[in-house]
Design a binder for this molecule. Structure first.
Ligand code: FAD
Length: 461
């Protein structure tokens, strides 16, 4: 009998337990449902839609090699899937479990919507371990990263990755499906996504090529991961986010490296699991703060009105006058990705130098990142702002100019802030006025911003 595989952020064939089980059970109908309403303010942003288009295209080609396809449907996922199950006479819908609150709800609704002839089977495998697997001594889920990470390392490695199914049988007839182009996930004119398509290769094969490259570089990660000018991070984040590769595959490919670099990298992969544990416990985490004071009092938004809009726009466009912040924001706009060290500096700048609510930054990143991830984005913004369950870091105010120099960001700035392309290493981090040309002066001095932020914090407490 026919088996449906419901695809979401798990766009791969190898180590995809839902696909694996379906392929063993009968002819397979893979389906992707574009459900734009369910996630509300976290519907896919522009950059995510570009990635999704290319990733679906790539998966459809891989399935073509098995004489299989992806059926595309649009609408409310549980209803669409229940109708498709009726249409093809499916015995089971197989799906990877997802932890965003709207997907957890959709899974429950789908179970209720299916008749007696079709069941829903959910599988884990997009994370090293399912959220909630490691618990504190008293049996509760962890809230804080460091003990969570220690507990995870104690139970690693993850299970062995599964191979790609040898054979994927097709149904006798295929349900109708529109052409992927008809979904218009790519921008029309102007084509702002050119930088994204130049910067990335999409899909499962590209993810494994990237991992092969990374296996030779990971030893240098411990030293190199903070240097934005150098290519010493894996850039696997969009591939992991879209499930083009699984964390277990990454772990097994690298685990024999046994370098300090690998150990540090493993802890970053664990951050990804940590973020899912957080949103599993606190579904509104990317929207709500979890401090015992009214953190909204920190932000200038309520009384500064249009000034905030202008300040926010300067930050979004990379025109703050702080070269490292601007290089990061322009890298984000052009490529859909930003180096982690610079994400921290740019996020801290918005929240502490400009005193703008972190939710504005979270939403901009959500729209612009190709790896925009409900858990990772929300957890990192709250971590920087000191408003979440993990840290209370508001008073740790990063100094952008010192950070820029300390982590040798000159080449990175030259690459993205073209107005400063001719400046030497010794002045590019903080150019004197006469060397700025068309580049703006600083929106606010660091010392003044720091004092203002600390004062706001005292007042909010
Ligand atoms: P590597 O350094 O090679 O790390 C390997 C993998 O570990 C990454 O691909 C990612 O899956 C995971 N990882 C690394 N750091 C973190 C972290 N701090 N938190 C969670 N997982 C991590 N990451 C996202 O995937 N999506 C987001 O939406 C996102 N938003 C962020 C917002 C802010 C304000 C900050 C400070 C960080 C954010 N990050 C996010 C985390 C991190 O910046 C990116 O995962 C990383 O830069 C991706 O590059 P990479 O693949 O080369 O990472």
């Amino acid at each position: 009998s026919v088996q449906i595989v419901w695809l979401r952020r798990d766009l791969r064939l190898a180590d995809q337990p839902a696909f694996h089980a379906a392929a063993q059970a009968g002819p397979v109908v893979p389906v992707y449902v574009l459900d734009d309403d369910r996630a509300g303010d976290h519907a896919y942003g522009g950059a995510s839609r570009v990635w999704l288009h290319h990733s679906l295209d790539s998966l459809a080609r891989s399935l073509g090699a098995h004489r299989s396809r992806i059926v595309l449907r649009r609408g409310d996922a549980p209803q669409v899937l229940a109708a498709l199950a009726d249409e093809v006479g499916a015995a089971c819908i197989h799906a990877m479990r997802h932890y965003e609150p709207w997907w957890k709800e959709a899974e429950d609704e789908l179970r209720d919507a299916l008749g007696d002839d079709c069941k829903l089977c959910l599988y884990d495998g997009n994370y090293l371990l399912p959220p909630g697997s490691v618990t504190t001594g008293s049996g509760s889920p962890y809230k804080i990263y460091t003990p969570f990470s220690k507990a995870m390392l104690d139970v690693m490695p993850p299970r062995d990755p599964l191979p790609e199914p040898d054979t994927i049988h097709s149904p006798d007839s295929w349900p109708d499906s529109p052409d992927l182009q008809d979904w218009q996930l790519l921008p029309a004119k102007p084509d702002w996504a050119g930088g994204i398509t130049d910067f990335w290769d999409f899909g499962e094969t590209a993810a494994h090529d990237r991992l092969d490259w990374w296996a030779n570089e990971v030893a240098d990660y411990d030293e190199g991961r903070n240097l934005p000018s150098q290519d010493i991070t894996s850039r696997l984040s969009p591939h992991l986010h879209w499930g083009e590769i699984s964390p277990a595959q990454v772990w097994y490919k690298l685990k024999d490296k046994r370098s300090d670099g690998w150990r540090t990298f493993a802890k970053e992969l664990i951050w990804r699991d940590y973020a899912q544990n957080v949103i599993d416990q606190f579904p509104d985490y990317p929207r709500e703060s979890y401090r015992d004071y009214d953190e909204r009092k920190l932000w200038r938004n309520p009384d500064a009105g249009h000034l905030i809009d202008e300040d926010l726009e300067c930050w979004q466009k990379g025109m703050t006058g702080y070269p490292i912040v601007d290089a990061g924001m322009r890298q984000l706009w052009q490529t859909g990705w930003m180096h982690n060290r610079v994400r921290m500096i740019a996020a801290s700048f918005l929240v502490k130098h400009l005193l703008i609510d972190w939710r504005c930054g979270e939403q901009w990143f959500w729209d612009c990142l190709v790896d925009a991830d409900y858990g990772n984005n929300g957890v990192n913004w709250q971590w920087i702002s000191g408003t979440g369950v993990d840290s209370n870091m508001f008073v740790r105010i990063m100094a952008p100019l010192t950070q820029s120099e300390k982590f040798n960001s000159a080449d990175y700035i030259r690459e993205y802030v073209l107005e400063l392309g001719d400046l030497s290493d010794d002045c590019i981090h903080d150019p004197p006025d006469e060397k700025r040309g068309d580049y703006p002066s600083k929106m606010i001095g660091h010392k003044e911003a720091r004092e203002r932020a600390l004062e706001a914090y005292r007042a909010a407490k």
